[in-house]
Write a protein that binds this ligand. Structure first.
Ligand code: 3PG
Length: 403
């Protein structure tokens, strides 16, 4: 554990009103809106169980504005209640009167879940610590709180008021998830070795491109194996894919992708074949055969074999973002086989992100991976050696509240 931060063992939290900033941002089924897995909620429960005599005010964001996963925290509160085996109160509010009176009316041992932090404008913006202290969220909630626990490692690379605003106003420490992640990662940093293979998939194109830039700049990506939407952006930038992408800032992303390919021609591996849905079933095609109207939902078998060889020969292999739409049985092959290649690898293996943690459990290989982190983008930034706002908040808090 880094000496410079406080943990829950350093603060007296009994009888206190504790703002617990977790990240229970959870994969949601695009059609039914159901929560697809509960790994982050289960992790949050570890911290809550260690606060039996506090009033615990659980706060998290969920999804991104305008996307199908931008939903209320009501389902999360229900799931948390089941995991904890006790009553959890959901409040349909973030910092208004309903939230404030719910906190004031609670007794030690109670757990409250506030609504999606991103329903408020401020939580969608990056703040400096000083501005965050003056935010509406912090000024309205602050009089109703005695302490803050930062336990949102997957959001450690963001700086909304809920992450960076309380640290110097009320005693603030790391929660169990953050403490566990940092301990594990410090150990891994002690044994890592090259070649470094990075396997990136999923739909968060901007994040993945940032990740690639950060990892390459810090010599943490000798090979980058691309899949998912991010692979299609790279293929399209080379004129090798003709389908539509529906990616935010598409033109900018295409230019960036092209630049990366030109600057690091040896580093990238792109799919040569993919799986699309034809009349309700999986069909594999060469990338050049994909037409405008086809939805690419997985990598193809030839690509899976080639990527698996790189993964098995890696010294350190890091995977973030699923290679395919594994929530559909017929498009889960790429995700399953590449995770199994990681499980068989002699290298140090790190798998990140909520979607992939769920997939690891589904394919029964979670125990063969050295570190499974619930974090995605934050972990990439950490691996690339960037300073994370959440860590910075914890260090500021330790300097102020540590004995
Ligand atoms: C994540 O799942 O990576 C975190 O919850 C952060 O989500 P964001 O990328 O939407 O900020």
């Amino acid at each position: 554990m880094p000496a410079k931060i406080l943990t829950m063992d350093n603060l007296d939290l009994d009888g206190k009103r504790v703002f617990l900033r977790v990240d229970i941002n959870t994969p949601v089924h695009p059609e039914t809106g159901e929560l697809l897995e509960l790994s982050r909620i289960e992790e949050a429960a570890l911290t809550i169980r260690d606060l039996p005599n506090s009033i615990v005010v659980v706060a998290s964001h969920q999804g991104r504005v305008g996307r199908y996963d931008y939903i209320s925290m009501e389902k999360h509160a229900k799931a948390l209640s089941k995991v904890l085996g006790k009553n959890v109160r959901f409040v349909q509010d973030v910092f208004g009167e309903a939230a404030q009176s719910a906190i004031d009316g609670s007794s030690p041992g109670d757990v409250i879940v506030l609504d999606n932090l991103r329903f408020t404008a401020e939580e969608n913006v990056e703040f400096s610590p000083r501005d965050a202290e003056k935010s509406v969220l912090v000024t309205r909630l602050r009089p109703h709180l005695d302490a803050c626990i930062l336990d949102a490692f997957p959001t450690a690379h963001r700086s909304p008021p809920s992450i960076v605003g309380f640290a110097e106003l009320i005693p603030t420490c790391a929660g169990r998830t953050v403490a566990k992640e940092l301990m594990k990662l410090e150990r891994i940093f002690g044994i890592e070795k090259g070649p470094y293979v990075t396997v990136l998939g999923g739909a968060k194109v901007t994040d993945r491109i940032e990740a690639i830039e950060a990892l390459i700049a810090n010599n943490r990506a000798d090979k980058v194996l691309l899949s998912g939407l991010v692979a299609l952006v790279f293929l399209k930038s080379k004129g090798k894919y003709r389908g539509s992408l529906q990616v935010e800032n598409e033109q900018k992303m295409l230019v960036k992708a092209r630049q990366l390919l030109d600057d690091h021609p040896q580093a990238f591996e792109l799919p040569t074949d993919v799986a699309v849905r034809v009349e309700g079933s999986r069909r594999e095609l060469d990338v050049s055969e994909v037409t405008e109207r086809m939805a690419v939902l997985d990598v193809g078998t030839k690509t899976i074999d080639r990527y698996s060889r790189y993964i098995k020969g890696a010294g350190t292999v890091f995977m973030s973002g699923p290679p395919g739409a594994f929530e559909y049985e017929e498009f889960s092959l790429g995700t399953e086989m590449l995770l199994k290649a990681m499980a068989d690898s002699f290298g140090t293996t790190i798998v990140s992100g909520g979607h992939l943690s769920a997939a690891l459990h589904r394919f029964g290989v979670a125990d063969s991976i050295d570190h499974v982190s619930t974090a995605g983008g934050a972990l990439v930034q950490y691996l690339a050696g960037k300073r994370l706002p959440l860590m910075d908040a914890l260090e500021r808090a330790a300097a102020k509240w540590g004995k």
